[in-house]
Design a protein around this ligand. Structure first.
Ligand code: FES
Length: 87
């Protein structure tokens, strides 16, 4: 089981515990943390998050990403991670 720390939800960090079987986008939704998304396929870039620590498995992304950026719809945690929501 992995811990996802989500930085800065209304000024605080929230911790979710997941099995690492679903995308971060799905895990956030299941824990009622709603972020922007559109395609859910790695094409549009609307679900970009900052990976602040830890590692993810990240597959099928067609969006150019900067250092530290991940696509929530394509990334699955493989360690405990900390992510930041975009403003
Ligand atoms: S929702 Fe489109 S890239 Fe993630």
């Amino acid at each position: 089981m992995f811990k996802i720390d989500v930085d800065n939800i209304n000024g605080k960090t929230e911790s979710l515990y997941v099995y690492g079987e679903s995308s971060i986008l799905t895990e956030l939704e299941e824990h009622n943390v709603l972020i922007n998304y559109s395609c859910r396929q790695g094409h549009c870039g609307s679900c970009i998050l900052q990976l602040l620590s830890g590692d993810v498995s990240h597959q099928g992304s067609l969006v150019p990403l900067s250092e530290g950026e991940i696509l929530a719809c394509r990334a699955i945690p493989i360690t405990d991670i900390k992510i930041g929501l975009r403003d």
